[in-house]
Ligand binder design. Structure first.
Ligand code: FES
Ligand SMILES: [Fe+2]
Length: 362
């Protein structure tokens, strides 16, 4: 399907087909830059996207900058305590008004010509601007985006229309509440860059443990593969496995009764073991380039060593990186068009593909 019309590529996936008959998204969806453009506009440019952690914007004046769907944003806690988000684009000549990754400030001063904005986005100062006619300061504040917080995660929505975060999440908060995530404290961040499409990484996550016995020998020692469960919500999937005890570094850091792997459409994962959580944010950098941001959290009263736990996660991640990059090469081959899905294992992947196809055609 290389060089085919975009409409041909889009119509090659049928999201009404049940799992027993379904195929994966066509290979061209992972290799054609026009698909990435559509995803930027219709998937990442709409709905709710994870932007950061609430701990980054706890106190008045605290802010962080982030890019979502190619848009530069700034998220800031106002002096009135309200959390707000704006396009990080000066209304004068479009420079970024906030230039650090994070910080604390009383106002934003654009570094280019010194215009200043309050933390509520209002335009305050415009040096050397007397004599300019028909310029309404009130309508030249920073352009807002919607911001909402669930658990320790800050979400933004680039579109003013559309559902609230609450309705976007559905019953996910009710499901996660008993796991008491607020007892976990942010520890550190790690970033990986992969030579694959972002959906390859999400697919790999959503195969219901299918690849664990083959690819992750270490992790496999602590998961009860036969009793792995997969449950789809409206926009999320929960994959869960009972934990078996093992006498290695995996056994020492992956304890408790169960492992919970939550994925929220399109690109956010929350992995929970006893006293340990990591989140994965999967960001497209290009059609075949992806950044995955791991944030590690620990319960301070847990016995698990954070360094050892992060090292174990890194082993698993390296194994996933290698296979995802191999898949991307395979997807570009003339030998491959699409593949079938395991009914036992790959229901989460099927949900992902259907949501993506519905969103992209919308
Ligand atoms: S671009 Fe910001 S003050 Fe000119
Ligand atoms: Fe994996």
């Amino acid at each position: 399907m290389k060089n085919a019309e975009l409409s041909t590529i889009l119509s090659a996936y049928d999201d009404t087909v049940p799992l027993e008959l379904a195929s994966t998204l066509p290979a061209a969806w992972y290799t054609d830059p026009r698909i990435l453009e559509l995803e930027r506009e219709r998937i990442f440019g709409r709905g709710w996207q994870v932007a950061g952690r609430s701990g980054q914007v706890e106190k008045p004046g605290q802010y962080f900058t982030v890019e979502i769907a190619g848009e530069p944003l700034v998220i800031v806690r106002g002096s009135d305590g309200v959390l707000r988000g704006f396009f990080n684009v000066c209304r004068h000549h479009a420079a970024a008004v906030a230039t650090s990754a994070e910080g604390n400030t009383q106002l934003f001063r654009c570094p280019y010509h010194g215009w200043t904005y309050g933390l509520d986005g209002s335009l305050k100062g415009t040096p050397d601007f007397t004599g300019v006619c028909n310029f309404d300061r009130r309508s030249n504040g920073l352009v807002p985006v919607r911001v909402a917080v669930w658990e320790q995660f800050v979400f933004v929505s680039l579109s003013q229309a559309g559902s609230s975060l609450k309705s976007y999440l559905g019953d996910l908060p009710t499901r996660i509440e008993p796991l008491n995530l607020s007892a976990l404290r942010f520890h550190s961040r790690r970033e990986y860059t992969l030579a694959c499409n972002w959906k390859v990484y999400v697919d790999n996550y959503l195969d219901g443990g299918y690849h664990v016995p083959y690819l992750h020998k270490g992790l496999n020692s602590v998961l009860d593969y036969a009793h792995y469960t997969i449950e789809n919500g409206e926009r999320y999937c929960l994959q869960s496995s009972p934990i078996a005890s093992a006498q290695d570094e995996f056994g020492a850091t992956r304890t408790g009764d169960r492992a919970y792997y939550y994925w929220l459409f399109p690109n956010f994962m929350i992995n929970i073991y006893e006293g340990v959580m990591d989140t994965n944010l999967v960001l497209p950098l290009g059609i075949d380039r992806t950044r995955v941001i791991f944030d590690f959290y620990f319960n301070s009263s847990a016995s698990v060593s954070s360094e050892e736990s992060i090292a174990v996660s890194d082993v698993v991640q390296q194994e996933d990186v290698a296979v995802c990059e191999a898949v991307q090469r395979g997807l570009s081959s003339r030998a491959y068009g699409a593949g079938r899905l395991s009914v036992r294992r790959e229901a989460g992947e099927h949900l992902f593909h259907r949501l993506l196809a519905q969103g992209i055609r919308d």
